[in-house]
Design a protein around this ligand. Structure first.
Ligand SMILES: *[C@@H]1O[C@H](CO)[C@@H](O)[C@H](O)[C@H]1NC(C)=O
Ligand SMILES: *[C@@H]1O[C@H](CO)[C@@H](O)[C@H](O)[C@H]1NC(C)=O
Ligand SMILES: *[C@@H]1O[C@H](CO)[C@@H](O)[C@H](O)[C@H]1NC(C)=O
Length: 385
């Protein structure tokens, strides 16, 4: 299991096997010796790639992800989790929350404590499942009702209109059934800036004339009385700002990761000693499957089970053809190396020159289901740089 993790990290850090290695670090990292400490360090680094400090606590292994989140995941990601179209999602994070109140009235409270303060709220929606009217009241004279969602401003027992602010209101057919979505972005923005102000949401149903509607006529599924798949849900679209480090930026991160040189050094030595043929293979993209079950993360990751990150391997000998996708710089370096004009100039490195993002659907600490997009996770092509 451990080598897989290490190869992942070295693939993220460097694709070139001729990087200088630091001897004393390599010794500390010998195969016989790489027990718990290195493993936990490697897993910690891998979690950081996924923007987490600790793996989420998963008490709810048996819990089902909301269908909306599964559908959303399948819309943005292919079977390997690779983003189908980068423009489908505006931000890079979608979070779902279930109601914590389970009130008898149409009133909800969502706990947003797992949302990082740095996340920018783009859109927030309340998803309610409207049930069919009960048969006894089916032939009611009302055909439409006005459904309004309010942001509760004070935790008071008085029902004055000053205590709530209208967020969204719509006419619905009394006879309809299915999901209804209301925008509640303003409320969620204010809760994010002041957590204590989250008093929840109240939904009212009125006739067109403004009077109360029989609660048997217009009903929404609740977390108390109905199947989990119909539970009221808050869906939050955010961006965590962890965006597209360009290839150059990714490389400049390397010196700040003290683990990087030993990992790439070791991976390099093993690759060479096991497989001397590789020296003669031209630079190319090869498979590298990252298996979340093997890493021990299958308890909190819903999808995918793993993904093919690919890796770049092979030599970049003179003369570099266009199929090697060389930069001008690499072409010149390769020429200088061939001419032996300057001592100590290596051939260029075979590295990922195009990277794709992947999507993860997972349970967070509070057992909410989150969809998150991570840039630069899959080598799309390799080239000599
Ligand atoms: C690792 O190797 C060093 C040097 O050979 C040795 O002193 C140390 O006890 C080893 N550690 C473990 C956990 O085996
Ligand atoms: C929200 O959830 C967090 C963590 O689960 C908990 O510590 C906090 O008390 C909750 N807040 C409310 C208002 O229930
Ligand atoms: C507040 O309004 C709800 C629903 O309209 C009602 O059931 C409740 O009795 C009211 N509470 C008070 C204190 O008036």
């Amino acid at each position: 299991m451990l080598p897989a993790v290490i190869i992942v990290l070295s693939a993220v850090v460097s694709g070139c096997f001729t990087r200088p290695s630091i001897n004393h670090l390599e010794n500390a990292f010998s195969v016989e010796n790489d027990s718990g400490e290195v493993r936990s360090e490697a897993l910690k680094r891998l979690l950081e790639v996924f923007g987490m400090e600790d793996p989420p606590h998963t008490r709810g292994l048996h819990k089902q992800a909301p269908q909306y989140m599964l559908d959303l995941y399948n819309t943005v990601a292919d079977v390997n989790g690779v983003t189908k179209d980068p423009d489908l999602l505006e931000g890079n994070t979608v979070r779902s929350f279930f109601d914590k109140l389970h009130s008898e009235q149409i009133q909800f409270l969502f706990n947003l404590s797992t949302v990082a303060k740095t996340e920018k709220v783009l859109t927030a929606e309340l998803h309610l499942f409207k049930l069919r009217p009960q048969a006894s009241v089916y032939f009611n004279r009302h055909h439409f009702c006005q459904v309004s969602v309010y942001h509760l401003l004070q935790n008071s027992k008085t029902n004055t209109s000053q205590d709530r602010k209208l967020l969204s209101s719509r006419l619905l057919s009394v006879h309809s059934a299915g999901w209804e979505v209301f925008s509640i972005t303003h409320a969620v923005r204010s809760w994010m800036s002041d957590e204590g102000s989250n008093m929840g949401l109240l939904v009212t149903v009125r006739t067109l004339g403004g009077s109360d509607v029989d609660s048997k006529l217009v009903r929404f599924a609740s977390g108390r009385d109905h199947h989990q798949s119909k539970q009221p849900m808050l869906v939050l679209f955010t961006d965590d700002g962890r965006r597209a480090s360009s290839l150059e930026n990714t490389n400049s991160d390397v010196p700040s990761m003290p683990l990087a040189p030993k990992l790439s050094g070791r991976a390099g030595r093993i690759a060479r000693s096991l497989d001397p043929e590789d020296e003669r293979l031209p630079c190319q993209r090869l498979p590298l499957y990252v298996d979340f079950e093997e890493i021990g993360w299958s308890g909190w990751i819903v999808s995918p089970r793993g993904y093919n990150a690919y890796h770049c391997k092979g030599s970049c000998p003179f003369p570099l053809g266009q199929n090697m996708r060389p930069t001008n710089h690499a072409t010149v370096q390769s020429i200088i190396n061939a001419l032996k004009l300057t001592k100590g100039i290596e051939t260029p490195c075979c590295v990922a020159d195009k990277l794709f993002s992947i999507n993860l659907l997972y349970f967070d600490d509070d057992e909410n289901v989150v969809l998150k997009q991570y840039d630069d996770m899959v080598a799309g092509s390799c080239g000599c740089h």
